[in-house]
Ligand binder design. Structure first.
Ligand code: NAD
Ligand code: ZN
Ligand code: ZN
Length: 344
């Protein structure tokens, strides 16, 4: 089968021909219908050798949907033919975190060598994908594969981040989303659907700001001191109840901290490697800083249900598997609108 693999450190991913995998006992194989490209893939392909831990060659793609086309021994054969979305942050399934559905925080995944597809295990940018357990498959129930696939990360991650802050997102409060790309444009829609806040998008790129308004942001601002002033004005001097920083470099952390109100939340979603001083005198009183990773299994059901209800919609640009390297070039260059989706 064809697969898009990261083969050599520092060299762009390439399309290769590899044997079609067969599912081992307990596993499920999908015929991939769609796979999403995430900025985290760009991040990992930029890591130097000493920091890179995902294995080579690595088939990319941690967002995947498809049809079950083979099952290993011990797996219910009635799954064959089912259209499913893949829950990516695989855990052991047996620790207290996994039992609660929060496999993204499995206590044992690292020690057992369990890694998500596309982030250690072979990913979804291929004609077929092996999923380690049917537990990680969620029925699409009528959702279109291209429209749905981005929800498994670009939807699930902001959904989890926002759910953790709903208590402070009271009607009339201001919510800020920094970085209105793949994750950010979905974050805006989730905020509009779950809260009655004033939603402010911040991005360096004017085209991303225009898109943010199209998907429901009330205001769209370039980063800088003026944006801080505007957020203060919109919140009658209070500041933002929550800032979702989907970039999280040093400048955006500084910006978010200048915007957030006392008792507000500064939520670091991006992997920009910025860092913050925290402490009683380091920022607004009782401000909370969180760094959420992906989301839980129940939350994936919830974000898929939001899409079925028409409350969120991922803007997509579609590429063939042959053109998948171009999808990553565009993601790297920042010229995509929404999410790049690869359809094998
Ligand atoms: P993307 O490239 O689609 O979007 C990033 C957006 O940020 C773009 O619109 C870009 O113009 C904007 N931006 C970049 N630098 C900026 C700055 N200094 N100020 C304001 N805006 C700026 O990326 P994506 O796929 O949406 O991923 C976003 C981030 O989230 C990445 O860092 C990614 O690795 C991370 N991520 C984290 C998790 C998690 O579990 N925490 C999950 C998925 C992605
Ligand atoms: Zn991702
Ligand atoms: Zn576990």
């Amino acid at each position: 089968m064809k697969a898009l693999q990261y083969v050599k450190l520092g060299v762009p991913p390439e399309l290769v021909e590899i044997p079609t995998p067969t599912p081992s006992p307990g596993q499920v194989r999908l015929k991939v219908a769609a796979a999403g490209a995430c900025h985290s893939d760009v991040f990992l392909m930029g890591l130097p050798e000493e920091a890179y831990s995902f294995g080579l060659p690595l088939t990319l793609g941690h967002e995947g949907v498809g049809v079950v086309d083979a099952v290993g021994d011990g797996v219910d054969r009635s799954l064959l033919g089912e259209h499913v979305a893949v829950y990516g942050p695989w855990g052991c399934g047996r620790c207290p975190r996994c039992a609660s559905g929060a496999e993204n925080y499995c206590a044992r995944a690292t020690s057992l060598g369990i890694a998500p597809p596309g982030l250690g295990a072979p990913g979804a940018m291929a004609e077929h994908l092996i999923v380690d357990s049917p537990r990680h498959l969620i029925p699409l129930e009528g959702l279109d594969p291209v429209a749905a696939v981005g929800l498994t990360d670009a939807g699930l991650t902001p959904y989890h981040a926002i759910k953790g802050s709903v208590d402070v997102l009271t009607p009339g409060a201001v919510a800020v989303v920094i970085g209105a790309g793949g994750l950010g444009h979905v974050a805006i829609q989730i905020l509009r659907a779950l809260t009655a806040t004033t939603v402010v998008a911040v991005d360096l790129d004017p085209s991303k700001l225009a898109h943010a308004i199209e998907v429901g942001a009330h205001h769209a601002l370039a980063p800088g001191d003026e944006a801080v002033t505007t957020v203060r004005e919109l919140s009658r001097g209070l500041g933002a109840a929550a800032v979702f920083d989907i970039v999280a470099v040093q400048e955006t952390l500084r910006l978010g901290k200048a915007m957030v109100m006392s008792t507000g939340h500064q939520v670091l979603v991006g992997v920009g490697r910025g860092s913050l001083d925290v402490g009683l005198l380091a920022g607004p009183y009782e401000w909370q800083v969180r760094s959420p990773y992906w989301g839980s299994l129940p939350e994936l059901y919830e974000i898929l249900a939001m899409a079925r209800a028409g409350a969120v919609h991922v803007t997509t640009e579609v590429f063939s598997l042959d053109d998948a390297p171009e999808a990553y070039e565009r993601l790297h260059a920042g010229t995509l609108r929404g999410r790049a989706i690869v359809v094998p």
